[in-house]
Design a protein around this ligand. Structure first.
Ligand SMILES: [Zn+2]
Length: 300
């Protein structure tokens, strides 16, 4: 398990840009998918315009995702946590934080920041929409029959709302766990949050299978397995912290404080209906954590 200067999985991605000293990257699977889709549309229609009509809305959605991820990253920076990079996957973005938030409150604020950016953008778009009344309608023509601003407004509302679903590893699940961890141990909080997430995942799988929404069922499976993995991780951490509490009293930290250490890469799934099943495990791999060091803990 590595957790150094380059984030896990970033080696298989391409650099797109860099904002606020944080690299923005695109995973090869996403680049291949978008490139393949563009070529397929071009081969079918022979029209670059048609290619643009397909790829432009995707680019617009992911621009909103990028804003969302930078929301997480900049809030993390506010708490002194560097972000190794932001990588775009077909099913969403992943911001890899260099270390874990030092407290449940920090995790809560970092998790809230992403959806908050989308709601802020929605608000700004609403203002723009109201101000644009009277502009020639062709200027606002959009990927759909609605106006571009209206469409983007809905995209941001959807992104913000969907990510607030209280299902680990989504932002809402992190918020739930952090809120619980304010009044109990991280392990107990993760137990409850994981149970809630698996309940939601079960519903997703049930509705997905009974209504033929295979992608929903797939996301349910993904949420289920990740929520389970979070629980296992918390169990391991809990066991290590307890051992440390017994053996390492000279370090001057108690196990409860250790329990409150938590977090991990921020993971978002903005385009659940367009995810490629073959990439479902890609963001999952981003959940690699720094090994818990029983005898030292960075406090910077
Ligand atoms: Zn998020």
């Amino acid at each position: 398990m590595k957790f150094h200067s380059t984030g896990p999985g970033q080696g298989r991605s391409f650099r797109l840009a860099e904002y606020f000293d944080i690299e923005l990257r695109i995973h090869w699977s996403f680049a291949a998918l978008a490139g393949g889709l563009g070529l397929w549309v071009l081969a079918e229609t022979g029209s670059l315009r048609a290619v643009g009509a397909i790829l432009l809305p995707i680019a617009m959605v992911f621009t909103c995702v990028v804003f969302h991820e930078y929301g997480h990253a900049l809030m993390a920076r506010h708490f002194g946590i560097r972000t190794q990079g932001i990588t775009l996957f077909p099913i969403g973005g992943v911001a890899v934080l260099e270390r874990e938030p030092a407290s449940p409150a920090q995790e809560l604020w970092i998790a809230v920041a992403g959806p908050a950016v989308n709601f802020l953008l929605a608000g700004l778009l609403l203002v723009g929409l109201l101000a644009s009344k009277g502009m020639p309608s062709e200027l606002l023509s959009a990927p759909s029959d609605a106006s571009a601003l209206g469409w983007l407004l809905r995209v941001n509302l959807l992104l913000g709302t969907f990510n607030l679903l209280p299902a680990l590893p989504m932002d809402g699940g992190r918020i739930l766990r952090a809120a619980l961890a304010l009044r109990m141990s991280n392990f107990a909080a993760t137990q409850i949050a994981s149970r809630v997430a698996r309940g939601i995942a079960a519903l997703m799988i049930f509705f997905g299978l009974t209504r033929g929404q295979w992608m929903l069922a797939l996301i349910g499976t993904f949420v289920w397995s990740t929520a389970k993995a979070e629980l296992v991780r918390a169990m391991v951490r809990d066991a290590l912290e307890k051992r440390q509490g017994r053996w390492g009293s000279s370090l001057g930290r108690d196990a409860t404080q250790g329990d409150r250490m938590q977090g991990g890469p921020i993971q978002d799934h903005p385009m659940p209906m367009q995810g490629d099943p073959r990439t479902q495990h890609a963001p999952d791999g981003e959940w690699i954590q720094p090994p818990v060091r029983p005898h030292s803990r960075d406090s910077d």
